[in-house]
Design a protein around this ligand. Sequence first.
Ligand SMILES: *[C@@H]1O[C@H](CO)[C@@H](O)[C@H](O)[C@H]1NC(C)=O
Length: 117
Amino acid sequence: MDKLVIIILLLETFLAKPIAGDYNEVTGEYSHKGDNQLSTMPTDIPSAALALDLSSNVITNVDSLPELLHVKSINLRKNLLTEFPDLKNASSSLKRLFLDKNLITRITEDRLSALLL
Ligand SMILES: *[C@@H]1O[C@H](CO)[C@@H](O)[C@H](O)[C@H]1NC(C)=O
């Protein structure tokens, strides 16, 4: 195999990773879990989602989220978050937030108070 073929094969293994999550329209659950592949927040979260399960990935930060007016539960367990996520856009309906097994060392007041108001 020449170098170009090897490079193309390597690129394919990076580019071929599924980026779309699974959305169950009956339960309203959007999930993208267990594959340790997501390093950033997915961009295809439907605005009608009732629950997000993004556990067991390698997400390092949540600096923005689409507007989610109905989401009740967000599961970000077992990721690589270093900072408390910015969940302002989910704060009106959010009831349960799972953040254990991350690396959070920083919680800013604005991110926390957005959830408490
Ligand atoms: C909130 O949602 C709006 C509209 O989708 C977006 O432009 C904005 O960046 C979001 N903000 C945060 C903090 O997630």
